[in-house]
Design a protein around this ligand. Structure first.
Ligand code: NDP
Ligand SMILES: O=C1O[C@H](COP(=O)(O)O)[C@@H](O)[C@H](O)[C@H]1O
Length: 492
């Protein structure tokens, strides 16, 4: 695709001086610019309160993209597309000035009136901004308009419904791009291809051949400087409601009749509807919560969660969740999907392990040898690729078995860095491809599943917190969750 055919638009970033904008958005837009994925006809308008001139803002943008630019000379040229408009989004006065700026830039960059409003700010502002954009006429444009909205989308189902109703006053569902950055990850997008483009896996992808699926997303980072937000969220809302359930939906959905956003979503929604609700009395049997205490990772001593900034010294907030999900449909009846995510664990890693059932009759077991089950491991990060665990003959005269691994690693083979999740998602938003954004129906179903668990946890104190050491793989109850079903977590 040449630059001319590539999308052209104004991008208005609310929260332009914030962490997300600096660390993710500017470098991603730069990479799109550098590799020619967006047209030269684009401009970015940054909005935040602190007073900055256009020049100061451009210097900040230049600084944030310097490391990805790798010495390229076109950074200044890139930054010259950036404009800054300081105002407090809660005061309606400045929206008119922003409107004038946008129409001037529309003309000078011939962006055809196309506008992306990217809300990279705390969620309490999402509704206000959307409402003001409409009330002040910024959504009236000759081109298309799209609202890109960061997480979290609500705190529970009622608050998500209120937020949705508010933004839907200003934007149609087909204009709302709810970001789940896991959907922008290379190997998360690869789940569909692995499943639906391989005759080897497609026929086996069901309860006749799969015994269980394990999804782990572990982090070595702690809560860092996000204690205030995290205290109201915890790992269940922060990671499970969105990223983990999205991965479950992609792994478990039926093949869509076409690869378009509507058909894919409709299949994901069916999975979320078929997920067995965990009532308050069952939470303990199906879910485990944890909170990190002091410990060490890679030789560095670390404090416990309760000693972190802005965290209550007696906090009941979970920094780890493990759970067993059941999908009540023909394909998955009887196959547990185990999920596990947490902060301050021993490794940064996101992986899916699909464990196949044992072969019907084990010839080698009869000879006293144990044969490992076949595993398909989807390595989402930090390495990207797949590993297939098989059994083969050990070389030599005797017929004995040995486990072997077939490895495909994306980075090595392609010799490239796969695009950052945000780079893909911004590109998709510019092209109007909603496939990798979450539809309201998915958000609502995820919250209704999560709400039961969070209510149960809010109503009962976890007297054993902190219950895992920093640098471990979580509390022992997470091991027991699988052991009682005769399984164990496969090592990462
Ligand atoms: N940071 C990250 O890695 C991730 C963030 N997110 C989400 O992205 C969003 C932004 O997060 P993050 O960048 O970390 O937040 P920050 O606190 O770093 O940034 C907030 C931004 O909002 C601006 N701001 C605050 N109040 C106002 C106001 N009243 N009017 C105008 N501007 C205002 C701030 O600028 P100023 O002070 O100058 O007004 C700043 O630019 C959140 O929804 C978060 O959940 C999601 C995933 C990862
Ligand atoms: O959304 C979030 O994700 C990050 C983990 O993202 P990853 O891409 O590094 O796996 C997590 O640290 C953060 O708490 C959460 O809000």
């Amino acid at each position: 695709m040449s630059k001319k055919e590539n999308p052209t638009s104004l991008i208005v970033i609310f929260g332009a001086t914030g962490d997300l904008a600096k660390r993710k958005l500017y470098p991603s837009i730069y990479r799109l610019y550098k590799n020619g994925s967006i047209s030269e006809n684009f401009a970015v308008v940054g909005v935040a309160r602190r007073p900055l001139s256009n020049e100061e803002f451009r210097t900040n943008v230049t600084n944030s993209v310097t490391s990805v630019a790798n010495g390229d000379g076109n950074v200044e040229e890139f930054s010259s597309h950036f404009y800054y408009h300081p105002f407090d989004v809660t005061s309606s006065d400045s929206y008119q000035q922003l409107k004038e700026l946008l129409s001037t830039l529309d003309t000078s960059y011939t962006t055809n009136g196309n506008r992306i409003f990217y809300l990279a700010m705390a969620p309490e502002f999402f509704g206000t901004i959307a409402t003001s954009l409409k009330a002040e006429g910024l959504t009236e444009t000759e081109g298309w308009k799209r609202l890109v909205i960061e997480k979290p989308f609500g705190h529970d189902l009622p608050s998500a419904k209120d937020l949705n109703a508010e933004i839907r006053q200003a934007f149609h569902e087909s204009e709302i791009y709810r970001i789940d950055h896991y959907l922008g990850k290379e190997m998360v997008q690869n789940i569909e291809v692995i499943r639906f483009a391989n005759a080897l896996f497609e026929p086996l992808w069901n309860n006749r051949y799969i015994s269980n699926i394990q999804i782990t997303s572990s982090e070595t980072l702690g809560v860092e400087d996000r204690g205030r937000y995290y205290e109201t969220s915890g790992a269940l809302r922060d990671m499970v409601q969105n990223h983990m359930l999205q991965m479950v939906a992609l792994l478990a959905m039926e093949p869509p009749i076409k690869l378009n956003p509507e058909e894919i979503r409709s299949e994901k929604v069916k999975v979320l509807r078929a997920m067995r609700k965990i009532g308050p009395d069952d939470v303990e049997d199906y879910f485990v919560r944890g909170q990190y205490g002091a410990g060490s990772i890679h030789g560095q001593s670390l404090q416990g969660y309760r000693d972190e900034n802005s965290v209550d010294s007696n906090s009941n907030t979970e920094t780890f969740v493990a759970g067993k999900l059941l999908i009540d449909n023909f394909r998955w009846a009887g196959v547990p999907i185990y999920i596990r995510t947490g902060k301050r664990m021993s490794e940064k890693s996101t992986k899916v392990v699909v464990q196949f059932k044992d072969i019907p009759m084990n010839l080698y077991y009869n000879r006293g040898e144990k044969v490992d089950p076949n595993l398909l491991v989807i390595n989402i990060q930090p390495e990207e690729g797949i590993t297939l665990h098989l059994n083969a003959k050990k070389s030599g005269k005797d017929i004995t078995t040995t486990p072997i691994r077939l490895d495909y690693t994306n980075n090595c083979i392609d010799g490239i860095n796969t695009p950052e999740a945000y780079e893909r998602l911004i590109y998709d938003a510019m092209r109007g491809d909603m496939t990798n954004f979450t539809h309201w129906d998915e958000v609502a179903l995820s919250w209704s599943f999560i709400d039961e668990i969070s209510k149960a946890w809010e109503n009962t104190r976890a007297f054993d917190f902190p219950n895992y050491e920093s640098g471990s793989m979580g509390p022992k109850q997470a091991e027991e969750l699988l052991e009682k079903d005769g399984f164990h977590w496969w090592p990462l």
